[in-house]
Design a protein around this ligand. Structure first.
Ligand code: AMP
Ligand code: GLY
Length: 423
């Protein structure tokens, strides 16, 4: 088979690496890809939002399956364009990707179908939002409705902060048109868990759990980022939690989407919070997590191409997902200054240490090959994943591995997976 992957980050590197393992794949392309992905795939310089060009490329090269890794093209309707052209594609159509593309939609869906989530109200008028806040309890959570690079969520401790937040989202439009509508939501506390799942429209099969670290600095300080590191599995995702989510959340979400005429095919990412009153949904994403994919996929035993095809063909009920009985930790190496201002173009040293080193993976997020030398080319540069027989071993291995890599102004959090010490 010929497979095309759409995207350019660490997640797409992990997907490309896993896809390349499949004996079914004879040729792999990635658009636009990155320096690291070139090891497994021929990278083609077409942007992820250039749907018509991508579809033309897929036709010309007789691509058998396209896998879309990123949220923007999915929410923008890339799958509809490919299907219109008769091309096989893994990922939700535009009318289903709205599960991630509109937080107001997903909140209304959960309310309508009784899926546990925080209490909320939706607003498209900032004056009404301000009036509502006058009688609200604090802290409170404000969310821009649309895609905002994971940054459109503001946790406000006081009425003053919340009023400022409404201005930021709805009037100053700091997150662009994502802030045309807004969700105001009850503040919840508890541990967060990410559960990614494969969905074929009717059947859902969950992958092993993971946990992300979204803040830039140790101790969950600093600004929100795309994710500074992950571990898998989450020891807090117990059998009881899983049983509850299976009964009240996972299948219920797939069935709700089907009932709304929005059949979902692809990956649903459940962002869960384990509250005192039980697990609740924080958010849905319509694709693999980044950097969740970098710890989940190295533990997956299945041929991922078979799973992708089962989702597209509606035969996922015939697949048993299997994961290694081990653990994985991913530490993101970022450029100093990320997520605000950072420099690019520094040579990356030490990557050769990982050639043939089993149980270690260096997934490139923002790198470029210049004259045979990898240089930094983004805020998050690399995700260094290590496996181990348990979480503590995997974490020790990941931090040992990080020491082997060096570039100017590199930084990483030193406490990825620290929560596991509490159990
Ligand atoms: P989201 O993009 O909706 O996952 O929100 C980003 C982050 O904001 C989450 O990972 C949580 O840490 C936090 N968050 C979102 N909603 C809530 C909530 N209702 N209560 C507490 N924290 C929240
Ligand atoms: N790691 C969070 C996300 O991919 O949205």
């Amino acid at each position: 088979m010929k497979v095309l992957i759409v995207g350019s980050g660490g997640r797409e590197h992990a997907i490309a690496w896993k896809t390349a393992q499949s004996p079914k794949v004879e040729k792999l392309y990635c658009a636009p890809g990155n320096g690291g992905i070139e090891e497994y795939a021929e990278c083609v310089p077409i942007g992820a939002m250039e749907f018509e060009k991508l579809a033309a490329f897929a036709k010309e090269k007789e691509i058998d399956l396209t896998v879309v890794g990123m949220d923007d093209p999915l929410v923008g309707g890339i799958v509809d364009v490919f299907e219109r052209e008769g091309l096989r594609v893994f990922g939700p159509r535009r009318n289903a990707a709205i599960l991630e593309g509109s937080k107001a939609f997903s909140k209304d869906l959960m309310k309508k179908y009784g899926i546990p989530t925080a209490a909320y109200e939706n607003f498209d008028d900032p004056k009404k939002a301000l009036a509502y806040l006058e009688h609200a309890d604090f802290p409170i959570v404000l969310k821009a409705d649309g895609l905002a690079l994971g940054k459109g969520v503001l946790i406000c401790n006081t009425l003053e902060e919340a009023k400022e937040g409404v201005k930021t989202i709805m009037e100053d439009k700091q997150f662009g048109s994502a802030g045309n509508r807004m969700v105001i939501e009850e503040f919840m506390t508890g541990r967060e868990v990410s559960v990614l799942s494969f969905v074929d429209g009717k059947t859902i099969k969950c992958m092993t759990s993971a946990q992300d670290h979204k803040r830039a600095l140790d101790g969950d300080q600093g600004l929100n980022t795309g994710g500074m590191g992950t571990f898998s599995p989450s020891p807090f995702y117990t059998k009881e939690v899983d049983a509850f989510c299976q009964e009240h959340i996972y299948q219920a979400t797939v069935d709700a989407m089907a009932a709304e005429g929005r059949r979902f095919q692809g990956v649903i990412f459940f962002g869960l919070m384990l509250t005192e009153k039980g697990p609740k949904v924080l958010e849905f994403n319509a694709r693999f997590g980044d950097p969740e994919a970098q710890v989940v996929l190295p533990r997956m035993k299945n041929d991922i191409v078979e799973v992708f095809e089962a989702c597209v063909d509606g035969t996922l009920d015939q697949i048993d997902l299997e994961f290694e009985d081990n653990a994985a930790v991913c530490v993101v190496l970022a450029s100093g200054g990320y997520p605000v201002a950072y420099e690019k173009g520094y040579p990356i040293h030490g990557l050769e240490n990982f050639k043939g080193k089993e149980g270690y993976y260096v997934f490139h997020a923002g790198t470029k090959l210049v004259d045979g030398q990898f240089v930094t080319n983004g805020g998050r540069v690399l995700g260094v994943t290590a496996t181990g027989e348990d979480l503590k071993t995997a974490r020790a291995n990941a931090y040992e591995a990080v020491k082997l890599i060096d570039f100017e102004k590199a930084y990483c959090r030193s406490d990825i997976g620290k929560a596991i010490d509490e159990i």
